[in-house]
Design a protein around this ligand. Sequence first.
Ligand code: 13P
Length: 253
Amino acid sequence: MRKKIIAGNWKMNMTFEEGQKLTSEIVNMYKDENIQDVTVVLNPPFPHIHPVKKLIGETSGVAVGAQNCSDKESGAYTGEVSAKILSSFGVEYVIIGHSERREYFKEDNELLAVKVKQALANGLSPIFCCGESLEIREAGTHEPNVKFQLTDSLFDLTAEEISKVVIAYEPIWAIGTGKTATADQAQEMHAALRRHLGNKYGKEVANNIPILYGGSMNAGNAAELLSKPDVDGGLIGGASLKSRDFLEIIKSY
Ligand code: 13P
């Protein structure tokens, strides 16, 4: 059985107080609802990690993740945060290759491959993001385009390593636009990515890798997206900033 994961990507939002309030509400509701089979991952900005982790405490099923990590191991890289530092703060996941980092910070497949290795070497599970632009979707080349992102950044990993990776398919045209992929579009792509992983690593390995959908997922459309056989959860931006909306998504799973 693949892990079911609902991850919230706070992006560059939330002051200290707002983050504390949001986390407390999510943790309390998660406990009250007695949710057991869905792992929740909160991915706040770096300064929140330690206090968020403290609020989560021993709540099993809720984990903290980062939104990025350095490709470097340690040393004189002002402003960077290494996977090793994250790991020492109890971080379990790290988002790597979000389209915003690819676009605004010019992160390419080669750099992302190094970040993935850093994460794995320090015991973190990378949430590796991939997805196509609107232009590529309209040209009909989205499938080979997104497959290539996986090949180029992940296919140097061993089967054991890739088994610790979570994939997030996030079509760029659906991020923050309110325009979600249809459940069928998501399923089609997730199945294609799983086949691609299967061709390289074998069916058993591929069948155990969670593939999350991201892009305008909300309380209204989550149930349908999450009902698809190859959609193993969500990576949620906007709707993860409101505890009720986020919990509704978790519950709809
Ligand atoms: P939205 O849910 O705001 O569209 O963002 C999705 C996303 O980028 C998650 O990483």
